[in-house]
Design a protein around this ligand. Sequence first.
Ligand SMILES: [Zn+2]
Length: 460
Amino acid sequence: MGAKDTVIKLHNTKTRKKEVFEPIDASNVRMYVCGPTVYDRAHLGNARPVVVFDVLYRLLREVYGADQVTYARNFTDVDDKINARAAESGRPIGDITAETTQWFLDDMGELGALQPNHMPRATEYIPQMVAMIGGLIAKGHAYAAEGHVLFAVDSWKAQYGKLSGRSVDDMIAGARVEVAPYKKNPMDFVLWKPSTNEQPGWDSPWGRGRPGWHIECSAMSYELLGETFDIHGGGNDLMFPHHENEIAQSCCAHPEGEFAQYWLHNEMLQVEGKKMSKSLGNFFTVRDLLDQGYPGEVIRLVFLQTHYRKPMDWTAGKAEQAERTLRKWYSQAEQALDNGEVHPGIIGALADDLNTAGAIAELHQLSLADDVVALRASMQFLGMMGKEIPAWAGKPDIDLSSFEEKLFETRQKAMESKDFSEADRLKAAYVEAGLEVRMSKTGVELVPGAGFDPAKLEAL
Ligand SMILES: [Zn+2]
């Protein structure tokens, strides 16, 4: 069975069922994923949907053909968080958004994520947003009030909340909604808001202002993918209100279409069993991890070990294990040429609602069977290597026992002479090379950390 005959099944949030994926047009399979707001480095949780939907993109390309898939992911480059960052740093907004956009692309590239076909920036689609908002007002789904334009949830009450499984009345009762005097219904959400002279703004029929966040994705997905397209993805924290509002806007502005056919949502990320947060001190960016010496491929493999609809727990232990696994796989893949095919078991696992853990299990089997040709092709397919083995994996696996003995003997001598300077120097050099030094009465144990650099040890 070739990849072309593969039946893909995806869990559709819209129906809460795993369904056979049937594209609207197999010669142009279309996917939209909500992208980042560009004001800071992407944290590890931001990277999860990028990797999840990169795997789906790769699968779709494998099954339908690389030129038959269109993937769009936006950059939100107009937002109050960006305005705040500009105000506190004194830097122009354009500098901040350009810099953080490039950071995002660089960091996600390190994780092996392919760039989408379209990466629209919100500020490049303001006229399209204004046109869509005008259309919503004309159809009675939105209204202007005090320089704002609001979506009238009551105009679409029966449908609003279906994706996330809530009714408008429940939402009003349970949600913390922003109460504003100009809102007809407290659930009504902003399509357009007024800007002060200091804030970025564009002229519109409702005065100088800027778009709300939700309208961006509706306008850009319509421009790039049409009124009906196949897949819409994002983190499950976006399901309400963001995705609910996207559906309301798009379906009301373009009632001839159905917006997204399949909705996929990834679960959130934790760190060592806890929610990642600045107050817990376990908050870090992808760049922090890369700088600490965790290769991007290691981060990617840790991610892929957990199914996208389960919470994913990042731990240092998993990262160390993943690095050992990858070193072994690369040493095998290095022996092969680029003439292999992706193992069908891996396509099969991914076709079953992106069972990435199953795909990784298949890689372990290929490694055990020493099927280096299929292992190499399959690792490339899963985004864990390009044409070359990553440089870090080519570093020799060094025998640490002689270094352990050297430190132990030096310390034994120091105990007699009471001069510990040489032993301290040696220990500091090992730590500098990225080793954890465990000393006991009977010996020394050296444990390589994620940033271990054998070259530094060899120079001693
Ligand atoms: Zn969105």
